[in-house]
Design a protein. Sequence first.
Length: 146
Amino acid sequence: MQMIETFSPEETFELGQTIGQQAQPGEVYTLVGDLGVGKTVLTQGIAKGLCIEEPVNSPTFTIVQVYEEGRMPFYHFDVYRIGDIAEMDEIGYEDYFYGQGLTMIEWANLIAEILPEHYHQILIEKDLEKGFDYRKITIQEIGGGR
Ligand code: ADP
Ligand code: MG
C-alpha cells in the first residue's frame, strides 16, 4: 500500500501522469472518492502519461470512453449512473477489463461483483483540517497474490 499526499490539482495531475507512464497493458485501476475530490484530475494526468493529447473528461453520458491514440488503449469507465450490472455485459466490459489497454473505472465500488481478481485500487480523500486543496491518495494492490 502506498499513501501520497497532494496539496494542489497540479500535484494530483502529476501523480496521475507518473501512473500513466508506468502503466502496463492489461492493468485495471479503480478510482473511488466523493464528488469533486479529484478523480477526473487524476485521470487526466494518467491520460497525459499515456501520451493522449485529446481532452479527457468524465464520460457522463456513456459508461466507457475509449482513447486509442496513446501508447496503449485507454478505457475510461464512469459507472456512476449505472442502473443494473447487466449494462456492463451489454457494452462488453470483459473485452476492456481483460484486453491490452489500461482500464480506469471511476465509482468502481458500484460494480464490485464484476471487478477482476487483480487490480489497483486508488482512493482519494479530503481532510479539510489540512486545507481545501489537500488530498490523501491511497493506492493498494487488490488480489493477484500480492
Ligand atoms: P471528481 O472527478 O472526483 O468529481 P474533479 O477532478 O472533477 O472531481 O474535481 C476536483 C476539483 O478539486 C477540481 O476543481 C480541482 O481543481 C480541485 N482540487 C483542489 N485541490 C486538489 C487536489 N489536491 N487534487 C485534485 N483536485 C484538487
Ligand atoms: Mg469526475
